[in-house]
Design a protein around this ligand. Structure first.
Ligand SMILES: *[C@@H]1O[C@H](CO)[C@@H](O)[C@H](O)[C@H]1NC(C)=O
Ligand SMILES: *[C@@H]1O[C@H](CO)[C@@H](O)[C@H](O)[C@H]1NC(C)=O
Ligand SMILES: *[C@@H]1O[C@H](CO)[C@@H](O)[C@H](O)[C@H]1NC(C)=O
Ligand SMILES: *[C@@H]1O[C@H](CO)[C@@H](O)[C@H](O)[C@H]1NC(C)=O
Ligand SMILES: *[C@@H]1O[C@H](CO)[C@@H](O)[C@H](O)[C@H]1NC(C)=O
Ligand SMILES: *[C@@H]1O[C@H](CO)[C@@H](O)[C@H](O)[C@H]1NC(C)=O
Ligand SMILES: *[C@@H]1O[C@H](CO)[C@@H](O)[C@H](O)[C@H]1NC(C)=O
Ligand SMILES: *[C@@H]1O[C@H](CO)[C@@H](O)[C@H](O)[C@H]1NC(C)=O
Ligand SMILES: *[C@@H]1O[C@H](CO)[C@@H](O)[C@H](O)[C@H]1NC(C)=O
Ligand SMILES: *[C@@H]1O[C@H](CO)[C@@H](O)[C@H](O)[C@H]1NC(C)=O
Ligand SMILES: *[C@@H]1O[C@H](CO)[C@@H](O)[C@H](O)[C@H]1NC(C)=O
Ligand SMILES: *[C@@H]1O[C@H](CO)[C@@H](O)[C@H](O)[C@H]1NC(C)=O
Length: 721
């Protein structure tokens, strides 16, 4: 029994020691974070994993830590404020016993300014002037030791952004129930200490700058309270931009409840030019409930990134609800993650929506819908439509008849909407004839609907569209020779088969044009004029083929000559820089050739101050040879290819590779040159490579036969400097 007790005791003591140590380190961590060492973290912060609303121990400390002097009020002396005859405030310090810290509290007084004498009191940590008549608080900046500033129910109207600057210990600011209308941007950029509670609820704020929402300078805060204002919009007057490498810290709880927010802000305008950057606000909590949210297309960017939306809107206490439009009232915004098509923005008459039509932008489908079904009173097409791309237009049931006139009118507009049209419907009108201009002008459309019209002719320009993109339904026409092309164009089966079915009037009744015999509708074969034309065409074709064959046979030769000729005109292009003057490709297994290169050619090049790359000498061991060949060739001006008989299998692949790259470089860059030295006196028929053959046939090749005499100068003369 005793033993058990002993063990329990030991365990308990162990725990206590452990806890003290741990909580010690928590205070130290806090001191380090805030650069002040008077704050004590409560022990419960050690157990945040049991705490449901703090994500880590520092978040807990930021909200629950208190300065040590607050825990024992006998540490804090009172300062009282009394008034002279003329209501001038008058400060008296009642230090009975000596204390380090002071508290000045005057609620429901007649103070209209902050008494200047307070500046002279060292150790003033606590001011509570709630419910006075003070309208300017700039004087408080001088109270450097202040920790808590309670200023509820005064008449402060404006907050300068440097009002808290230099106040290292400022932790709590309560400016609720004032008359604030504006906070200068950048307030939190000028806070130099450990501000943790900032309360401006119940004021008259209408706009808030992003720099007063994101605390860039401070890693943690507890609550920033903007609730019960009339906030409608966020601004970014300093053009703040979220840097991709920025660390926006752990933030805190930002309360925007009970404001007048209606339209979701443009995230890009707030400096988050890429929506995924919002992920940097992971540790912030924005409470946007109880506003007058309009669930329209402006929510789309956020809701299309549902993970971010869940983070910012989705946690348990963020059940954001729509207020508008009426049909979505009280729906949760997060429901739209699954129904993104419902997030639309209506486009008004002012934004070029035609009268009586309905227009809306639907970002989930990247389109703008214009519905003018039965609503074009004049039976004419509107001249302008909203300035959006990807228009989906419905002009059905409007008794439109003359498209020729309508399209000419539309095309006379400078920026006609026709080029922005993706889908268009003319269904159920009274169109008889479709002019060619229609399909030309609607070149970019992927769906054109002419169902239920009185079509009597199908224009040939329809060919420029795919059969699946057009819908005519069943059209009965009197077919002629000029309609025979439809037999090739119309699909004879498949899912678009029913889009367009052309029926011909014949003596035997209606027959699909696909089944009709062209002789039946009076198409004879070519007449004599067309025959002559065809003969002429045939001759031309023959000539073309013959010359094409010749060109094909000698195309490389022609290319080389042409290039030679053109080089004088064409100067440097922007190809990679030249690192070597000469790249030598040779059979490195041939000792005689190696000797000649080393002792004759190289030393000659050296005299001429040309830099040379010789693969067997300069290749870096270990680098893949192919890569090296490719890279070095790309950097070499001249490629000297020494032809020799290759018997071994080791060099063969490299040589052919070098040949290939040499030609590629030669072709791609006008500065390159190829010089061929026929070392083994090979003949054209011995050569397998067609490029080399071309050089050979043109005689652009140096024979080795005269090697004792002028081969070196000859090489130099061919090399380009
Ligand atoms: C300051 O004084 C007021 C009124 O006497 C008191 O309610 C408050 O707790 C004091 N604050 C501190 C930190 O001592
Ligand atoms: C409060 O502080 C005073 C003076 O520093 C000290 O004498 C007193 O014991 C403290 N009281 C408590 C409850 O810690
Ligand atoms: C009260 O303390 C202040 C220092 O904070 C000192 O200047 C002043 O003389 C003291 N007053 C009395 C009456 O002891
Ligand atoms: C404030 O001033 C008004 C008159 O100006 C006076 O009636 C009232 O008693 C004063 N209140 C205090 C707390 O001094
Ligand atoms: C913000 O202030 C309002 C009104 O003063 C209050 O109801 C709300 O609880 C505060 N929010 C937070 C997170 O403290
Ligand atoms: C909101 O602010 C932005 C940026 O300052 C501005 O472009 C937009 O027009 C404002 N919206 C409203 C409804 O005031
Ligand atoms: C804010 O919204 C309320 C209704 O919730 C409305 O009565 C008030 O006029 C609005 N204020 C502003 C400035 O828009
Ligand atoms: C919606 O998000 C998906 C994936 O994040 C993206 O591929 C798609 O382009 C977005 N849609 C639009 C219209 O922005
Ligand atoms: C758009 O207009 C329609 C009808 O005019 C209306 O029912 C709907 O609520 C509006 N939607 C939005 C988001 O404004
Ligand atoms: C929407 O369509 C336009 C034009 O087709 C295109 O340029 C744009 O990238 C598309 N936007 C999205 C988000 O897909
Ligand atoms: C099709 O759209 C492109 C831009 O997307 C535009 O440049 C072009 O003019 C359009 N074509 C026609 C025939 O309108
Ligand atoms: C076309 O429509 C007819 C009836 O109108 C139907 O029997 C046929 O299956 C349809 N063909 C295709 C390919 O959809």
């Amino acid at each position: 029994m005793k033993r058990v007790l002993h063990n329990v005791c030991a365990l308990l003591i162990g725990c206590i020691i452990l806890e003290t140590v741990a909580s010690q380190t928590l205070n130290e961590k806090l001191a380090l974070l805030l650069n002040r060492d008077d704050l004590l973290c409560p022990e419960e912060c050690l157990f945040t994993h049991q705490h449901h609303y703090f994500r880590d121990d520092m978040e807990c400390c930021m909200c629950l830590a208190q300065p040590f002097w607050m825990l024992n009020t006998s540490n804090v002396g009172q300062i009282s404020v009394s008034f002279l005859q003329d209501n001038t405030p008058f400060v008296t310090v009642n230090n009975g016993t000596y204390v380090e810290f002071y508290n000045v509290t005057l609620q429901y007084g007649n103070l209209s300014t902050i008494p200047k004498e307070l500046c002279n009191i060292n150790g003033l940590v606590y001011i509570d002037f709630s419910y006075n008549h003070i309208s300017v608080i700039d004087a408080m900046t001088c109270i450097k030791s202040l920790d808590t500033f309670i200023f509820r129910g005064n008449r402060v109207r404006y907050l300068k952004n440097n009002v808290f600057s230099g106040m290292r210990y400022l932790r709590v600011v309560d400016l609720s129930y004032n008359e604030l209308r504006n906070i200068e941007p950048g307030l939190f950029l000028h806070v130099d200490g450990s501000l943790s509670f900032f309360d401006v609820s119940n004021n008259f704020l209408e706009n808030l700058d992003i720099s007063n929402i994101i605390w860039e300078k401070q890693d943690y805060f507890c609550v920033s309270n903007f609730s019960f204002n009339v906030l409608r919009n966020m601004t970014n007057v300093m053009s703040w931009r979220c840097d991709i490498h920025a660390d926006l810290g752990h933030g805190g709880y930002t309360d925007f409840t009970y404001n007048n927010f209606t339209y979701f802000v443009d995230i890009a305008e707030m400096g988050f030019y890429d929506i995924t950057l919002l992920g940097k606000l992971y540790f912030y909590s924005f409470d946007f409930r109880f506003n007058r949210w309009m669930c329209d297309c402006r929510f789309f960017p956020l809701l299309n990134k549902s993970n971010i939306a869940n983070q910012i809107l989705g946690s348990a206490h963020h059940g954001l609800k729509c207020h508008l439009p009426p049909e979505y009232k009280d729906r949760f915004v997060s429901e739209f993650i699954k129904e993104q098509d419902l997030l639309i923005c209506n486009i008004s008459f002012a934004d070029k929506c035609p009268p009586n039509c309905r227009c809306f932008y639907q970002p989930s489908r990247n389109r703008t819908v214009v519905t003018c079904r039965s609503s074009l009173i004049s039976h004419k097409l509107p001249l302008v439509l909203p300035d959006y791309v990807n228009l989906v237009i419905d002009f059905s049931s409007n008794r439109i008849s003359n498209l020729q006139v309508e399209f000419q009118r539309l095309l006379s507009e400078e920026r006609t909407f026709l080029i922005r049209t993706k889908e268009i419907s003319f269904a159920s009108n009274i169109i008889k004839d479709i002019p060619d201009i229609v399909f030309v002008a609607l070149n970019n459309a992927t769906k054109i609907n002419f169902m239920n019209n009185l079509i009597t002719r199908i224009p040939k320009s329809l060919k420029t569209h795919r059969p699946c993109d057009v819908l005519f339904g069943t059209v009965n026409i009197s077919c002629g020779c000029s309609d025979i092309w439809l037999q090739n164009w119309l699909p004879s089966s498949g899912h678009c088969f029913n889009n367009t079915r052309v029926m011909c009037h014949t003596s035997a009744g209606l027959i699909s044009i696909l089944d009709i015999d062209k002789y039946l509708i009076g198409c004879s074969d070519a007449d004599s004029i067309t025959m002559w034309v065809q003969i002429c065409l045939g001759i031309c074709l023959c000539c073309t083929i013959v010359s094409a064959l010749i060109i094909n046979q000698f195309r490389l030769e022609m290319y080389i000559l042409l290039r030679e000729y053109l080089f004088t005109f064409r100067q440097m292009s922007n190809s990679p820089p030249i690192a070597y003057d000469v790249y030598i490709s040779c059979n490195e297994q041939d000792p005689n050739l190696r000797k000649w290169i080393t002792y004759t050619l190289l030393s000659y090049f050296k005299d001429k101050r040309l830099s040379v790359f010789l693969p067997y000498r300069d290749c870096q061991p270990g680098t893949p040879r192919e890569d090296e060949i490719r890279e070095t060739m790309a950097k070499s001006r001249n490629m000297v290819i020494i032809l020799s008989e290759v018997c071994d299998d080791i060099s063969k692949p490299w040589l052919s590779l070098e040949l290939r790259y040499a030609w590629l470089n030669y072709r791609n860059d006008w500065r390159r040159n190829i010089v061929i030295i026929n070392y083994d006196l090979l003949e054209t028929k011995d050569l397998s490579d067609k490029y080399i053959k071309a050089f050979f046939r043109l005689g652009k090749c140096i024979d080795f036969s005269n090697y004792t005499k002028d081969i070196n100068p000859k090489v130099i003369s061919l090399i380009r400097h």
